[in-house]
Design a protein around this ligand. Structure first.
Ligand code: MG
Length: 254
């Protein structure tokens, strides 16, 4: 099932599921209780919003050996976690804004895990029951500020720095090692396999849930392979994962 959150032409914001003819609207949310309505809206009559509204986005640094190597840092012995604020989240087709504070804003294509229920101190083998599904994410980073500040809250926390979407796929198994791609203006910048992740989604859910409670809708960004590079106003950023589709975001001014 492909779960989306949409705004209809009547300005109703609702969850839905992708069907052949359009998006079937649902009552409620996939995190508590929901049921299908009779309404199927044609794709052109809705705009997609971020498929989840997380209370927090927990992101993982250096979870692909290739990216750690290009940044000349070691892969850590245990997951290196940081937080992106909920206000950094945007959806498919929304613009990433280049803040005036930075001269070096970069893309980081990542698999995003969407948590389905309250998750605290779960074991790796139970983690899958706490995952609603997977979507595509970007961990947009002001690289110059990341180096200058020494900690990453500002560099990774600007509004619009966490595109998510277009949909949450509930039937996705990242252990199949699907391809992950990032293109800027059609040029391939990043290419990796989900099987190259140092810590897989189950390990990450277990590890993070031992530190902080994950709430329904929270998102884990699982790290990026090598090839991170600059973004400029006017660029079109495309992030693709086999089986999850393509997340497109234009890069806009401040
Ligand atoms: Mg990242």
């Amino acid at each position: 099932m492909k779960i989306v959150r949409t705004r209809t032409q009547k300005d109703d914001i609702t969850y839905g599921a992708v069907e052949a003819e359009g998006i079937r609207l649902y009552r409620g949310t996939p995190f508590v209780a929901w049921e299908p309505t009779e309404v199927v809206v044609p794709f052109d009559d809705t705009s997609l919003l971020s498929p989840s509204i997380p209370t927090k986005v927990v992101a993982i640094g250096r979870n692909y050996g290739s990216h750690a190597a290009e940044r000349q840092v070691e892969v850590p012995d245990e997951p290196l976690i940081f937080i992106k604020p909920s206000t950094s989240v945007i959806g498919h087709a929304a613009g990433v804004r280049i803040p005036p504070h930075s001269e070096q804003v970069e893309h980081e294509a990542e698999l995003a895990v969407v948590i389905g229920k309250v998750t605290r101190n779960v074991a790796v083998e139970d983690a899958a029951q706490h995952i609603l599904g997977y979507t595509i994410g970007q961990d947009i980073t002001a690289r110059d500020l990341q180096r200058r500040d020494g900690q990453w809250a500002r560099a990774k926390g600007f509004d619009t720095f966490c595109p998510l979407g277009p949909a949450i796929e509930t039937e996705f198994d990242p252990l199949e090692g699907q391809g992950l791609y990032c293109r800027v203006n059609g040029e391939l910048r990043q290419e990796g396999l989900l099987s190259e992740m140092v810590f897989g989604p189950g390990e990450l859910v277990a590890y993070i849930s031992g530190v902080m409670t994950l709430l329904p809708g929270d998102v884990i960004l699982t790290g990026t392979p090598d090839g991170v590079g600059p973004l400029a106003e006017g660029d079109l950023l495309e992030t693709e994962i086999d089986g999850l589709g393509i997340l497109r975001n234009p890069i806009v001014g401040p």
